[in-house]
Design a protein around this ligand. Structure first.
Ligand SMILES: Cc1cc2nc3c(=O)[nH]c(=O)nc-3n(C[C@H](O)[C@H](O)[C@H](O)COP(=O)(O)OP(=O)(O)OC[C@H]3O[C@@H](n4cnc5c(N)ncnc54)[C@H](O)[C@@H]3O)c2cc1C
Length: 383
């Protein structure tokens, strides 16, 4: 068990996933003297959502805010290996977004013109171009698509480990096996966190608890509409005509994606289990396996011959509008929220770290308009 050096810290971050560690790292970049304690309930790093993450980095979003978070994160990933001296297998192999109907095709056209204004090199491909560039696609199923050469992959665990090593060098206590069980509040301010191993007093507490964010917020009587949803991933052999370094393919109509792993020998099928109920159960549901394989064949007919090698599940933290919650909790000074990344928390973690660092150290940020991301937007109906 880790030994805690202090009973006090300037800042306590709850959750040592990619979000919690990115926030710690970015705070220290601005103020290396801040004392930070990170509490992690698991005894091993990366057992939460981050350890199950596919590692996709994407700029192609219809939401300007999500595009902005990707842009704010770009430099961090590009410079990671030289900054941290750690390999993360970063590779810009692009994402191919496919439109199976007129509505989605129109949406892609709008998104690509907006993305260009933001400086994102998103390219529109009509049906003929699509089949020319990607002859393995089903020839009848898509009206068009888009690619973005900046869309990338990086190894989530390697990024997490690089951040961990860096903040540990700055003397941050990362207490593994320490669960926050109570948030201590006096009047309208947070004062500290209770754990079974003892209390840590701090005027600033950050909720970076991933899929457990709502339970943690409830300890401070904050209603946070972040729900855990199970996601299943099928690891399969590569379809025979899918070349090495193929882009990650996303069918916008079904939400299904096919991601080729770095070896070029295996692919991950994911994303079609949209209708699961909220919950933390990570069991594999074999009753939906057919859906995944049918979805794969609708995109790449040669997927008919792929071999199913194994399946795993992970939990995603989701908000009703698929946008995160960021900022100080309404009515409670010192509790900061960084939650609900709705399937994009890995790629947006660098931006989140920068934004939370601004909010905590400077009391505001010019990076994005955080007023759009408050947790009470759902109650107010502004989402
Ligand atoms: C199958 C799958 C594929 C995904 N693919 C992508 C992708 O391609 N690209 C992308 O950007 N995102 C992807 N995501 C989403 C991404 O993984 C998450 O958004 C991101 O990892 C969230 O990071 P986090 O640090 O908030 O959560 P986590 O990594 O879950 O970390 C939160 C930590 O808080 C700890 N904790 C919780 N409660 C307490 C407590 N009371 N006390 C102490 N510790 C506590 C947990 O143990 C956990 O370690 C995927 C997710 C899944 C499940």
């Amino acid at each position: 068990m880790d030994i805690c050096n202090k009973e006090k810290a300037d800042i306590v971050i709850i959750g040592a996933g990619i979000i919690g560690l990115s926030i710690a790292y970015h705070i220290l970049r601005v103020d290396p003297k801040r004392s930070i304690t990170v509490l992690e309930k698991d005894k091993i790093l990366g057992m939460g959502s981050t350890g199950k993450c596919t590692g996709g980095i994407r700029y192609q979003f219809s939401s300007p805010l999500l595009r902005r978070l990707s842009l704010l994160s770009r430099d961090f990933f590009l410079k990671f290996e030289s900054t941290f001296d750690t390999p993360i297998w970063y590779s810009e192999k692009g994402n191919l977004m496919l439109a199976a109907n007129e509505v989605l095709w129109n949406q892609l056209q709008i998104t690509s013109s907006q993305a260009k204004v933001d400086g994102i090199p998103m390219k529109l491909l009509n049906q003929e171009e699509l089949l020319n560039y990607y002859p393995y696609l089903h020839k009848d199923n898509f009206l068009g698509g888009t690619v973005c050469p900046w869309d990338a992959y990086a190894d989530p665990y390697a990024v997490l480990a690089g951040l961990y090593a860096s903040i540990r060098r700055h003397k941050v206590d990362v207490l593994l096996g320490w669960e926050a069980t109570k948030i201590i509040i006096e009047e309208d301010k947070v004062k500290g966190v209770e754990t079974p191993q003892g209390t840590i007093w701090s005027p600033i507490i950050v909720n970076a608890a991933g899929p457990h964010a709502a339970q943690l917020a409830a300890m401070a009587d904050i209603i946070l509409p972040v729900q855990p949803f199970r996601r299943q991933i099928y690891v399969c052999s590569n379809p025979k005509d899918l070349q090495k370094n193929a882009p990650t393919i996303i069918d916008l109509a079904s939400g299904f994606y096919l991601h080729q792993e770095a070896s070029g020998k295996t692919v991950l099928l994911g994303g079609t289990d949209q209708d699961t109920w909220p919950g933390f159960e990570e069991v594999v549901d074999k009753s939906v396996v057919e859906e995944f394989f049918l979805a794969a064949m609708e995109i790449i007919p040669s997927a008919m011959d792929i071999k199913w090698l194994r399946t795993y599940t992970g939990i995603c933290e989701q908000t009703p509008d698929f946008h995160p919650v960021m900022g100080e909790a309404p009515g409670l000074k010192g509790l900061f929220l960084a939650n609900g990344f709705s399937g994009n928390g890995f790629m947006h973690a660098p931006a989140v770290g920068r934004i939370l660092s601004d909010l905590i150290l400077k009391g505001g940020t010019k990076l994005i308009d955080v007023s759009l991301l408050t947790p009470d937007r759902f109650a107010k109906g502004t989402h």
